[in-house]
Design a protein around this ligand. Structure first.
Ligand SMILES: Cc1cc2nc3c(=O)[nH]c(=O)nc-3n(C[C@H](O)[C@H](O)[C@H](O)COP(=O)(O)O)c2cc1C
Ligand code: SF4
Length: 491
């Protein structure tokens, strides 16, 4: 029996019809009938909690561009993206994009690196964002800018986009096979981990010197920080118990507090996960990926290779440990938390719900609205338990024209503190500023989750919104992407 067709949201003409669709899917998401414009807008309310002051409730999610120079400096395309982040009107810039703490920590050979030779380049990026924000919004008051610090761990590709150089903490029975790692592939030693921790300290000190308000110690999407949280099977002081699996975080924080005392700290983490997915071979044919199905895992129960998953049925979330992690963040006085889920590499439908899959993934295994709801509901449940932390929510872009209605209701009902925009910003940065200031949504600019911003980098091209942003649409890069997609479609 084939799955029911997914309703294209671009064809839904009214909020009432969208709400009806949510009901038909059995999704309990809040959705306002009308958008409030002006000073009463939930999007424009300032947030003040302890030392954290944010001018409004709009956040820009970190988004890597694959467009830095080979030595890790920003290019003009990188600066353009950061200017657009500034233009969005968002008062919380969560990290800009993942910036590697060293050359070997990069996820791609064009990822930004934080080091002496990139100091001026990173300073220019921050200024570009700030200047554009002041130009568009009149003032920089209430603007909080962070830098996301990352080590790519299992997904390191520092030297060439087709040359993986994984750094792993433990053997993963499914991911090792997918990454074609031999059984004797070397694990990072405790000594190497200590050096990486020092790189985070050095990077944070530089971020503070450059004027960033906070750093995000990235713990999401299958990269190194996230892998620590699921290192149940690793021996030694960085694996096994919850205390050992969070030692990396604690040691990074401790050092930052010594070298950059006034720098605020945030953590973006995958609050839940599932097993890796792959395209159903029985439903795949040339040029058409089948819907995603979970990789076989019956022989792997209890499942010991995930964080925020139910060990008896790892396709289901279990928030017990994530809640413990949040309690730890509170104890460590880390006030800023960005909630995300899964990984773009092994279960993208969980992390960035989309109608069109990236070229190396699978067709949607569910209505992508189910994925949006999964992240939003988990965030609501978490927020209830930790009212004093400031939470940014993720995964809203698939809501398309109805993003403002759902996001406004989520803020109004206290499901989340700030609404994070990812892909939508690449397509239409000022969508929430438009509606909060009483302008209509420009439908032609709304992200339709075509996934080209993921497919392009997977094939060595810079990320950007190729279908909707004229800068990419009319470029030679778009011609190249079309050719790559045509070749893949024939395979
Ligand atoms: C092109 C692209 C690059 C991304 N890069 C990062 C990154 O550097 N760091 C990060 O934490 N998340 C990254 N993400 C994930 C987004 O921040 C966000 O969580 C995801 O796209 C879901 O939100 P959305 O539905 O608003 O797009 C990236 C997403 C995309 C599409
Ligand atoms: S390429 Fe553009 S429309 Fe497609 S998902 Fe990315 S931002 Fe959205």
């Amino acid at each position: 029996m084939s799955a029911p067709a997914i309703l294209r949201l671009g064809k839904v003409k009214s909020v009432a019809q969208f709400q009806e669709h949510l009901r038909a899917l059995g999704l309990d998401l809040p959705c306002d009938d009308e958008i409030v414009a002006g000073s009463e807008s939930p999007f424009l309310q300032p947030l003040e909690r302890g030392e954290i002051k944010i001018g409004n409730r709009i956040a820009i999610q970190p988004m890597e561009g694959w467009d830095g120079t080979p030595d890790g400096n920003p290019s003009e395309n990188t600066a353009r993206r950061w200017r657009r982040f500034g233009q969005s009107g968002a008062k919380l810039i969560w990290g800009g994009e993942a910036v590697a703490v060293s050359h070997s920590a990069r996820a791609n050979p064009n990822q930004l690196v934080i080091a002496e030779h990139t100091r001026d380049g990173l300073a220019r990026l921050r200024s570009a964002l700030l200047d554009e924000h002041k130009r568009a919004c009149g003032s920089e008051a209430g603007l909080l800018i962070g830098l996301q610090l990352t080590h790519s761990g299992r997904y390191c590709r520092p030297n060439a986009h087709d040359l993986p150089e994984p750094k792993i903490l433990y053997r993963h029975p499914i991911l090792d096979r997918k990454l074609e790692l031999p059984p004797d592939f070397r694990l990072l030693s405790d000594g190497e981990i200590e050096s990486i921790i020092e790189e985070f300290h050095r990077a944070a000190r530089m971020a503070a010197e450059l004027g960033f308000d906070f750093v995000d110690i990235k713990h999401c999407h299958g990269y190194l920080g996230h892998e620590f949280l699921s290192a149940h099977t690793r021996g030694g002081k960085y694996g096994g118990s919850f205390e050992n699996r969070t030692r990396f975080l604690r040691e990074v924080v401790q050092g930052i507090r010594t070298v950059a005392q006034r720098l605020k700290i945030g953590v973006r983490f995958s609050a839940f996960d599932t097993v890796p997915f792959y395209p159903d071979p029985a439903a795949s044919r040339a040029g058409k990926l089948g819907p995603g199905i979970p990789e076989p895992h019956r022989d792997l129960i209890p499942y010991r290779w995930g964080f925020g998953v139910n060990a008896e049925d790892p396709t289901q979330p279990d928030l017990t440990e994530p809640m413990q992690f949040l309690a730890l963040l509170e104890t460590l006085q880390i006030p800023l938390v960005n909630l995300t889920a899964g990984s773009p590499y092994y279960n993208p439908h969980v992390q960035r719900p989309a109608l069109y899959p990236p070229s190396d993934a699978y067709a949607p295994p569910e209505d992508p609205l189910v994925g949006v709801a999964r992240q939003m509901v988990a965030a609501r449940d978490i927020k209830k338990k930790f009212p004093n932390l400031v939470f940014v929510g993720s995964g809203y872009s698939y809501l398309q024209d109805f993003l403002p209605h759902v996001a406004q209701a989520a803020l109004r009902e206290g499901w989340i503190d700030c609404v994070g925009l990812g892909r939508m910003v690449l397509a239409y940065p000022e969508i929430l500023r438009d509606v909060a200031e009483g302008r209509a949504v420009q439908h032609k600019r709304v992200c339709r989750t075509f996934s080209d911003c993921t497919t392009a980098p997977r094939n060595g091209l810079p990320s950007g919104c190729y279908p909707l942003d004229a800068h990419y649409k009319n470029s030679p890069m778009a011609v190249e992407l079309t050719q790559i997609k045509a070749v893949k479609a024939r395979v």
